[in-house]
Design a protein. Structure first.
Length: 125
């Protein structure tokens, strides 16, 4: 692996209720997820273009997926953190850390999603 390679190539957000989680993320991120089945379990994929080199992921429900506020932390790209945090509250989530300056690295925030996961957001503005 070199500095030109993406360290992350896919992410999965554990959920206990795929329908509720899809509604939450579709509302907060103004997007549409594709519901499918993966290895016999519900799986909702975020939009992506195969072969583009861009990272994407899915909501995953199943015995090996356990939502947690203390697990691995992912950061979603978020052009307007403040507007997105408003949507988090409207969709039933909770703001944990409001928009916060990260020295010269832009801004970040944390929220709790509909399943109890703590998710980060990052923006350059």
């Amino acid at each position: 692996m070199t500095s030109k390679d993406n360290l992350i190539n896919w992410l999965e957000i554990p959920v206990t209720d795929i329908s509720r989680a899809m509604k939450f993320y579709e509302s907060v991120l103004d997007t549409k997820l594709e519901l499918m089945e993966m290895m016999g379990a519900p799986y909702a994929v975020f939009p992506y273009e195969p072969g583009s080199g861009k990272i994407s992921g899915a909501l995953a429900q199943g015995d090996m997926y356990k939502p947690s506020a203390d697990g691995v932390r992912i950061y979603l790209n978020c052009p307007d953190i403040e507007a997105t945090l408003i949507k988090v509250g409207e969709a039933g989530g909770k703001v944990i850390l409001p928009k916060t300056k990260i020295e010269d690295q832009g801004y970040m925030a944390f929220f709790s999603d509909s399943e109890g996961n703590t998710i980060g957001m990052h923006s350059n503005k």
